[in-house]
Design a protein around this ligand. Structure first.
Ligand code: GLV
Ligand code: GLV
Length: 321
């Protein structure tokens, strides 16, 4: 069967894919995903799928391939869009792209931390109004990141560790949850492993870096926002549904917390309609991994996974489970 690719990859990985010597079918629109109907049609008879987080890979889709399918290579580190159990039970390998996007994602998360803490985007918006201004002691005063602000990293894994490394260089106090929060690398960056309640209560900035699973869906809802400091900000570069977005909007409107910087949304691609009306938010269109070399490396890793499985070898990065 063919390799179906749900969006054109960057040039080098595309060339690598074409050199595998199997037929390649690429969704023709480079900017927009296939509709569900197009997807179900295009995968018929495929041996491999290269998917993005915009494609839901479930039993229906797996069935639509027929029975030649060997691998779903998701071009993302997150794979909540893939029903891994359904794939496994059909003998289909699922792979993701861990590791290659840690630095790019941490750069973006840290950019959001600084932008939000120091109100950079809000200040930029003000400058564009053309209103008269003069330097003033109290204008656009925000959180002093390097003067000992506390950063809470929820789900300290590869990306969280890259954020911790940056935070350490900024002299932040760092709290974290997750299985790696008390390992030696974390200790070297001054990370203190804590329970989530302590993290939420004590942090000036809470940054989410856990995967979306049934355990982390709505991990941050009204009760969690309630115990955060009124001066604190929430940063999400992980997955939208980790946060109850309706509860977040209410918390922001009523100043339960001071602000939020989001790269991801609960109902992607649509942010909550009241979110875009708020001043105390920074909103990005899911771009945390969007560095040029990073995106190439993600695509290349997906292609390497496809090549290995089609050659009967163990893929470099199968998902756990
Ligand atoms: C992007 O969101 C990814 O999971 O790689
Ligand atoms: C600010 O511009 C200062 O000089 O303190």
């Amino acid at each position: 069967g063919h390799v179906y690719v749900s969006r054109r990859l960057s040039a080098a990985p595309m060339t690598a894919l074409e050199s595998l010597g199997v037929p390649i079918v690429v969704h023709p629109d480079p900017d927009w995903p296939p509709s569900r109907g197009e997807l179900l049609d295009a995968v018929r008879g495929a041996s491999a799928l290269v998917t993005l987080l915009t494609e839901r890979v479930d039993t229906e889709l797996l069935k639509a391939t027929g029975n030649a399918l060997q691998i779903v290579a998701n071009c993302a580190v997150g794979y909540d869009n893939v029903d891994v159990n359904a794939a496994s039970s059909r003998g289909v390998v699922v792979t993701n792209t861990p590791g290659v996007l840690d630095e790019a994602t941490a750069d973006c998360a840290f950019g959001l931390i600084l932008a939000m803490a120091r109100r950079l985007v809000e200040a930029d918006r003000f400058m564009r109004t053309g209103k008269e201004w003069i330097w003033a002691p109290q204008s656009f005063v925000g959180i002093d990141v390097s003067a000992g602000a506390t950063l809470g990293i929820v789900g300290l894994g590869r990306i969280g560790m890259a954020v911790a490394r940056r935070a350490h260089a900024f002299n932040m106090r760092i709290l974290a949850t997750g299985s790696r929060a008390d390992n030696r690398e974390a200790a070297a960056f001054g990370v203190q492993a804590v329970e989530i309640g302590t993290l939420l209560r004590e942090s000036d900035i809470v940054s989410l870096h856990c995967p979306l699973t049934s355990d982390t869906r709505h991990l941050i809802g009204a009760p969690e926002l309630d115990i955060m400091k009124a001066s604190s900000i929430l940063v999400n570069t992980a997955r939208g549904p980790i946060v109850d977005e309706e509860a977040l909007v209410e918390a922001l409107e009523s100043r339960i917390i001071a602000g939020a910087a989001l790269d991801v949304y609960e109902q992607e691609p649509r942010p909550h309609p009241r979110l875009v009306k708020l001043e105390n938010v920074v909103l990005l269109p899911h771009i945390a991994s969007a560095g040029e070399a990073t995106r190439n490396a993600m695509c290349q890793l997906a292609v390497d996974n496809v090549r290995a499985v089609l050659n009967g070898e163990r893929p470099p990065t199968p998902v756990a489970g």
